[in-house]
Design a protein around this ligand. Structure first.
Ligand code: SF4
Length: 74
């Protein structure tokens, strides 16, 4: 990912997802659960607007490491 263990925020219209690279355990729950939003082949690799905010939130909650978090915006 993009350098260091810092937290990065990916803003969508109604939800923002933050990703903390240093915590990620590569369990792939995110990319398996919602490949429209989480796709490591793409930049940015998280695109929150590609699915309904509720779906994105649900998959973020499944992240076992706490690397992914979200908050509602708008
Ligand atoms: S679900 Fe969480 S721990 Fe697993 S790959 Fe995605 S961000 Fe990393």
């Amino acid at each position: 990912m993009s350098g260091g263990s810092g937290k990065k925020t990916y803003e969508g219209q109604s939800i923002a997802v933050t990703f903390e690279a240093g915590r990620c355990q590569h369990a792939a729950e995110c990319v398996r659960g919602l490949p429209e939003v989480f796709d490591i082949e793409r930049r940015p690799w998280i695109q929150p607007d590609n699915a309904a905010a509720d779906r994105t939130a649900e998959v973020v909650r499944r992240c076992p490491s706490g690397a992914l978090r979200y908050h509602r915006v708008g």
